[in-house]
Design a protein around this ligand. Structure first.
Ligand SMILES: [Mn+2]
Length: 382
């Protein structure tokens, strides 16, 4: 389905020409830094295995290209780039330029007066005033053919550090495996598998995605590891102490997932006509972010339905839900049509076939009833 009806930016040609365009606009951003290559550049990135390698690529490339004052930090649990406390914290770092990676794009201001670049591939609802958005969203009808943030960062790295960047191709490959899977149609992935080993790339991706799903949700060790390791095999070798943190995170998430897998599915047929699919929900209560994994796992059992993993324990007072939809369904459009008036920017984000959100408990109860779910999906208010 075309994305232009949503007010997305004008369609840019596919990735063959997207790479030079992204690279040129990245270079233009650097050319206008207030203190040239001495400018303190701070990167704020998503905590998943797309955002993490994107930041690692940008830090490595900027430092190699002679921008020594480049730093990066990872979004913590429940944080978005637009939270006031996040913006206060970023301001306290005294950056003179900011890069936001893999965190979406909205029209709301970030830190006005500081040159700001957003690198992303999610549906943008707008661009912050004066900021530059480099997005791959809308460049393909096929969701799997939309470049990840990590791949965009790799193209930026190639532009400013052409000699070193090919040795970092594995970082781009991890981002592709993480967000788009093993069949992502990018030559960068095929080449990286040959050079670095498909198994090691997959194992690294799985470990890197664990910390953000834990109860604390802190993926800082994962970013450190990506800045230290020379390859996925080196990352997995045990020669860097951060590996143990990632392994412990993976075990924590596996335990939570094993518990959630025993929970029963609940059904609604109320929106069948509108959606062209039935709804299935699995309700869990855990501080870990396993609700998207649970939704994903039930897809095989109900391939024609929209599956919601619903978590009442992720953030007290809130209900988080993550939906997975068959290819025929535009889940973003469905969520927009059923958007409760109280919903904020935490609601309705993602991709056409993978979207979800968070609602305060009272609002969730009305939303769940509106979608046709019975008392088993009503949550007691604290
Ligand atoms: Mn991503």
């Amino acid at each position: 389905m075309a994305s232009s009806h949503r007010g997305a930016p004008a369609r840019i040609p596919p990735s063959v020409t997207l790479a030079p365009e992204i690279a040129a606009r990245f270079q233009l951003f650097l050319d206008h830094l207030p203190n040239g290559s001495r400018t303190p550049i701070h990167i704020f990135t998503d905590s998943d295995a797309d955002g993490l390698p994107a930041a690692a690529l940008l830090v490595r490339a900027l430092q190699a290209a002679g921008y020594p004052n480049t730093t990066a930090e990872v979004r913590l649990k429940h944080e978005s780039a637009w939270n006031p406390h996040v913006l206060d914290r970023l301001r306290s770092r005294k950056p003179e330029a900011l890069i936001f990676a893999d965190l979406g794009s909205r029209p709301d201001p970030l830190l006005p007066g500081i040159p700001t670049l957003l690198l992303d591939h999610h549906f943008p609802t707008g661009t912050p005033p004066e900021a530059t958005l480099l997005t791959s969203y809308g460049t393909s009808e096929d969701q799997r053919a939309i470049p990840t943030t990590g791949l965009l960062a790799y193209w930026c790295a190639l532009a400013i550090a052409p000699d070193e960047a090919p040795t970092w191709l594995w970082l781009a490959a991890i981002s592709l495996l993480s967000d788009l899977g093993d069949k992502a149609p990018f030559p960068e992935l095929a080449l990286a598998k040959k050079q670095f080993g498909g198994g090691a790339l997959r194992d690294a991706t799985s470990l890197l995605n664990a910390p953000r799903r834990t109860a604390t949700g802190d993926a800082s060790a994962a970013l450190q590891l990506l800045l230290l390791a020379d390859s996925p095999k080196d990352l997995l070798s045990g020669s860097h102490p951060q590996l143990a943190t990632l392994q412990a995170a993976k075990a924590e998430v596996a335990d939570a997932l094993a518990l959630a897998r025993k929970l029963p599915p609940r059904f609604s047929t109320k929106v069948r006509e509108e959606l062209g699919a039935d709804l299935v929900a699995i309700r869990m209560d855990t501080p870990t972010q396993v609700h998207p994994l649970v939704a994903q796992q039930w897809r095989a059992r109900f391939p024609k339905s929209v599956i919601f993993g619903v978590n009442t324990g992720f953030h007290p007072g809130w209900v988080h839900f993550s939906g997975r939809a068959p290819a025929s369904v535009d889940l973003i459009a469905f969520l927009r049509a059923h958007r409760p008036p109280e919903a904020d920017s935490r609601y309705g984000n993602g991709h056409d076939q993978a979207a979800g959100g968070a609602l305060p408990t009272t609002v969730w109860n009305r939303f769940a009833a509106d979608l046709g779910f019975g008392p088993e999906m009503q949550v007691a208010e604290a």
